[in-house]
Ligand binder design. Structure first.
Ligand code: PMV
Length: 324
């Protein structure tokens, strides 16, 4: 074993993943499309420790319980019968577990660092499959820029992996971070409750299957108007589906509706910009880099928006020499 360090960027989905095919293998019921973002980044070290249990240090704080159990379960996928225990030390450049895609960068970085620590050589597809076992969206963060997740069909989940897409259009993101703590309903519980109880779930999966190829086509054609309609519609359909679960899951906060309105007014006035929202109240506005500052400035002016993070497209997960 060796000490391994890796970094990965989070990603934000333009066509969303919300619903699993197989909960144990963590395979998605449909594909998805995302952009990897450089401002939301995780750095992770995996090293052997002389102990009978793994350890987790997240942003400088030792963490136990559910979060550590999730890490141990993940490391076991690589460790197999090897009795070695590890310490995972992770740093995020953004707030953790607030619906800001922290699990995507976390498990993509952890996949690279764990494989490296146990001296396993994995192909990018195998790394994406491994990252998926930690978090569905993490499969996409193995790759930089535009990434497409394939739902796959193999019973062992070996083809439920992301792939990078060659798409010329550059988009940047302004993320209106709401004043909220950790989210109440995590994505795993939220998607299971939605699948089990929402009357709209089958229609949602069909919506994704339609939106995925058309969003890719619109992006390739650099048709941002068409892409805006697909991405916003897909996001609202995901949330409508979650809202229709019993009990209903509502991730929006007061600033969410305000920010949606700001983005739509900017677009109506001629700025190429569109929004999406994950499992939290934060609105992510995508726009070409030339418009990023103006979009970010328009989004800050709400009492419940703490900050607006701006990001360019990010690189794929990879090994690095040392933590920052
Ligand atoms: O990777 P998970 O299990 O945290 O799920 C991500 C779910 C969304 O962020 C809401 C959508 C997506 O495709 O990233």
């Amino acid at each position: 074993m060796r000490v391994a360090v890796a970094t990965a960027c989070a990603n934000i989905a333009l066509v969303k993943y919300w619903g699993k095919r197989d909960a144990a293998l963590n395979t998605p019921a449909a594909g998805s499309l995302s952009l990897t973002l450089d401002r939301l980044r995780t750095f992770t070290t995996v090293e052997r420790i002389d102990a009978n249990a793994d350890a987790l240090v997240l942003d400088g704080v030792a963490v136990e319980g559910k979060a550590l159990a999730r890490i141990t379960k993940f490391v076991d996928l690589v460790r197999g019968d090897d009795p070695a225990r590890v310490r995972v030390t992770s740093l995020n450049t953004f707030p953790t577990a607030a619906g800001l895609a922290s699990s995507a960068s976390a498990f993509a970085a952890l996949a690279v660092a764990t494989a490296d620590a146990f001296e396993r050589t994995l192909t990018p597809t195998e790394l994406s499959v491994l990252a998926r076992r930690g978090s569905g969206s993490a499969a996409r963060s193995v790759f930089g820029g535009w990434a497409k997740m394939n739902a796959g069909a193999a019973p062992d989940g070996s083809d439920a992996a992301a792939e990078p897409l060659e798409i010329g259009v550059e988009l940047a993101a302004a993320i209106a971070v709401a004043n909220a703590g950790e989210k109440d309903v995590g994505s795993t519980d939220g998607m299971e409750l939605t699948r089990e109880t929402s009357p709209y779930h089958a229609a949602w999966i069909e919506t994704v299957e339609r939106d995925l190829p058309t969003a890719i086509e619109a992006a390739r054609a650099e048709d941002l108007d068409r892409l805006a309609t697909i991405v916003e519609g897909n996001c609202l359909a995901m949330h409508a589906n979650a809202m229709a679960a019993r009990p209903g899951i509502l991730y929006f906060g007061p600033s969410t509706l305000w920010a949606i309105d700001v983005v739509r007014k900017l677009r109506a006035a001629g700025t190429p910009v569109f929004f999406t929202i994950d499992a939290g109240p934060h609105v992510v506005a995508f726009t070409p880099p030339a418009h990023l500052d103006a979009v970010a400035e328009a989004l800050i002016d709400h009492p419940e928006i703490a900050t607006v993070l701006t990001s360019q497209m990010g690189e794929g997960a990879h090994a690095i020499e040392a933590m920052p």
